[in-house]
Design a protein around this ligand. Structure first.
Ligand SMILES: Cc1cc2nc3c(=O)[nH]c(=O)nc-3n(C[C@H](O)[C@H](O)[C@H](O)COP(=O)(O)O)c2cc1C
Length: 188
């Protein structure tokens, strides 16, 4: 099997990280992979905010969990009420992904960029995890969200949607995953 397919098959969400920082040269390569993603009508509707500041990540995690406590979904509520859960898994760095509000199929293009980030990280031997939960905080107007958004300096006309955390994996095994059956149809 070639290296690209190996990377795709080996990638899993990592939720336990060492405290080792991610090298700037690796971050640069990961972001280069992100900005080279396909996008609807080549709109490139993304903005990436790289956050190493653990105080900001903790603030977002705490505030998003507060909002999640009132979520209609019981599983989301359980996560929000888990005092041990840090939504960014204490990873050394998070890339926050914002999408241009008026872009055609903007979120789909941003999702494509996100997958490139996950695969680039895996190819460099780093762990990663897509973190959507934090979107809850910014989906409704509230003063904590406004104050955090100010610190993040996301460009006008873009809205934060989700994040990817990155770091060195505590364990490098690829946990087996039960794959759904009947997800592929051939029409010949
Ligand atoms: C749209 C989307 C949202 C996700 N949000 C979260 C999240 O908020 N927190 C989390 O720990 N994982 C999140 N994940 C990761 C999924 O839980 C994970 O991809 C899935 O369980 C499959 O496992 P794998 O990534 O190890 O193959 C998200 C993944 C996607 C694609």
């Amino acid at each position: 099997m070639n290296e690209t397919l190996n990377t795709i098959l080996k990638r899993r969400s990592t939720r336990q990280y060492t405290t080792e920082e991610v090298k700037q040269e690796d971050l640069d390569l990961i972001l280069e992979a992100a900005v080279n993603s396909p996008s609807a009508m080549n709109s490139q509707p993304w903005h990436f905010t790289v956050v190493n500041d653990q105080a900001i990540l903790q603030e977002i995690s705490d505030a998003a969990k507060e909002v999640g406590k009132n979520h209609p979904d019981k599983q989301m509520q359980a996560m929000a009420n888990n005092p041990h859960l840090h939504l960014f898994y204490k990873a050394p760095v998070a890339i926050l992904i914002s999408c241009k509000d008026d872009a055609p199929e903007g979120l789909l293009s941003c999702a494509a960029a996100t997958e490139n980030i996950l695969l680039a990280a895996e190819s460099l031997g780093l762990g990663s995890c897509w973190v959507q939960f934090v979107e809850l905080l910014f989906a409704t107007k509230n003063p904590i969200a406004d104050s955090i958004l100010k610190k993040l300096a996301i460009p006008e006309g873009y809205s934060f949607n989700h994040a990817v955390v990155l770091g060195h994996k505590l364990s490098d095994t690829t946990p087996p995953k039960k794959l759904k059956s009947e997800t592929i149809t051939y029409v010949k």
